[in-house]
Ligand binder design. Sequence first.
Ligand SMILES: [Cu+2]
Length: 372
Amino acid sequence: MRILRIAIALAAIGLAPASAQTPEAAAPAAPVAAPAPVDHSAHAAAAPATAAAPAAPALVTPTPGVGMPDGRIGLQDQVTPIGQEAASFHNHWLVVLCVIISLFVLALLAYTILRFRRGANPIPSRNSHHTMLEVVWTIVPVLILVAIAIPSIRLLRHQYSPPKADLTIKVTGNQWYWTYSYPDNGGFEIVSNMLKEQKDVKPGERFRTDADGPPLLAVDERIVIPVHRTVKFLVTAADVIHAFAVPAFWTKIDAVPGRINETWVKVDRPGVYFGQCSELCGARHGYMPIAVEVVSDADFAKWIASKGGTMPGATPPGTPDSSAASPVSPGGTPPAAAPQVAAATPAPATPGTAVATKPSTAPTQGATANNR
Ligand SMILES: [Cu+2]
């Protein structure tokens, strides 16, 4: 009897830590990324460089007219396959159709105005029906719509069937800045604020230079991604609805609190590409630009190291980071998605953004998987 009691006591001791550890084991994931938001103030000079971190690669200077507005009428040069397909559809099909239809309607109008004016046509026709004409003006617009719908649906299909992601970045919109975290690379987070002009900052503070980018678009911390790689963006928000948009990538997706939307890019040339929040989100909506720096694999690895992160191959298997590197397995298996939920939770730690995104991440992951 005593032996039985001891056995039960031992079992209870053995079980208790296990059940108590489960929430604690998940918790340390949050503090890993938590330090970053601490220096999120608009005037934070630079990244919180840890002593051991190697120096970041030199800032890439944007090319004027590339990845930014340059006064042209029309779309920015597209640097992703989806963007190129969409721009071609727009420039070589939609615009052509619009011009043909507009000229045809204009010609009909001009003909009617001249031919059937009162002076030339004193006795108006009393006709009210013309079967052939009615059939034609019903069928022709339907054919035009079909001719638009087919390439349009094909584009949507390409857009929403992304290849397997090489890298996943979580994008969080905040009033009024962006945070980007790299769950595949150790889960570090960077905070990106617009750079002010020299006249608008106090002495000693960082201000925008031409190497950073154009006014209102340059930021202190760019998202860095590798060229020719499929990068998946998981987009959400911490307070109100924002939208993550980079015109040169043909990317625009809402950042909704408590929900994770997904988009992807595969950029085919290095450079710096700018975007802006594209959902009216408050007083400083116009001052939360996005800057994406596209670099070689080697420079990307250097940049990751400079932020204290690791490349997926460099981490020992079994760590949460390496398991997060395969979230796009076909079918979106829930276990692979789970580490990203853990990485997603630090966002509410940002001051002033105590929004309850934590409980809602699990259903949204399911929704994301269903959408795929
Ligand atoms: Cu916004």
